[in-house]
Design a protein around this ligand. Structure first.
Ligand code: FAD
Length: 235
């Protein structure tokens, strides 16, 4: 691409870089002008001279700030870029982009959210807005899948959200637990399969790896969720 005619990148300054757990890093960025986005959207970050990666917006507390959650376990250029990113350094990005957003007028009677690993990031953003800003009163349930106890992040955040909003339920499951873990185990798709019989009238929001999304699509369809009401973003 010709550098001079290419898209116009925005810049944001790194205000915070925190390792939440294992390979999960959380970042707060500050922009000159507010980043206007729909919860669930992502930005495209320049991670090397010739590589741009997508990262979902996890939320923001102030108009000129936004949060991103990065799993550095893939180990490629994006992972390396974010692992090394220091407070005060700038990122260049395009966007926001994407249509993985809350469909408020799809007549769903209940909403279910399935996220694995960093796939929980856009779901947090969508749920936060749905509960705190849009004041949605329908039942919302989040199934959050991680591997082992050392991976756990945002558990307290979602617990608090469920205490503050009785229509929101949250289940964290680990696929590789150890004896310290008292909660549900296995894949989130197995849990959904055993927790629900008829899901007619539900909408589903899925985000994470391809395997989970493919499996969830199959299970949800068998449970009666209409195909057009299964929304997903593959990472
Ligand atoms: C719309 C969208 C939004 C995204 N949002 C986020 C986000 O908020 N946070 C985040 O951490 N990532 C997110 N991703 C994934 C991200 O864009 C990168 O693909 C990921 O960070 C890996 O980049 P990399 O350069 O480190 O590795 P790559 O060079 O792309 O890949 C290195 C190796 O890891 C494998 N791999 C790639 N991605 C993954 C993965 N997600 N899990 C396991 N293995 C993988 C590849 O097949 C390859 O073998 C998003 C992707 C999309 C499409």
């Amino acid at each position: 691409m010709n550098k001079h005619n290419g898209p116009k990148f925005q810049t944001a300054t790194t205000l915070k870089h925190e390792i939440l757990a294992g390979t999960y890093h959380s970042f707060i960025f500050e922009t000159k002008n507010p980043l206007i986005y729909k919860p669930g959207q992502y930005i495209s970050v320049r991670v090397t001279e010739d590589r741009i990666n997508a990262y979902s917006i996890a939320g923001n507390d102030e108009p000129n700030k936004f949060m991103v959650l990065v799993d550095i376990s893939p180990g490629g250029p994006g992972s390396k870029f974010f692992e090394a990113l220091k407070v005060g350094e700038k990122i260049s990005y395009l966007g926001p982009f994407g249509v993985f957003t809350l469909k408020e007028n799809d007549n769903a009677k209940e909403l279910i959210f399935l996220g694995t690993g960093s796939g929980c990031s856009p779901l947090r953003c969508i749920l936060d807005a749905a509960l705190k800003e849009k004041n949605i009163q329908k039942p919302l349930t989040l199934y959050f899948g991680l591997r082992n106890p050392g991976d756990i992040f945002w558990q307290d955040y979602f617990k608090k959200l469920s205490q503050e909003h009785p229509n929101f339920k949250f289940k964290l499951t680990l696929s590789r637990p150890d004896e310290s873990w008292q909660g549900p185990t296995g894949h989130i798709t197995d849990l959904v399969n055993s927790d629900f019989s008829n899901m007619n009238g539900y909408s589903a929001y899925l985000c994470g790896n391809k395997e989970m999304i493919d499996e969830a699509n199959n299970i949800l369809a068998l449970k009666g969720v209409a195909k057009e009401k299964i929304y997903f973003e593959k990472f």
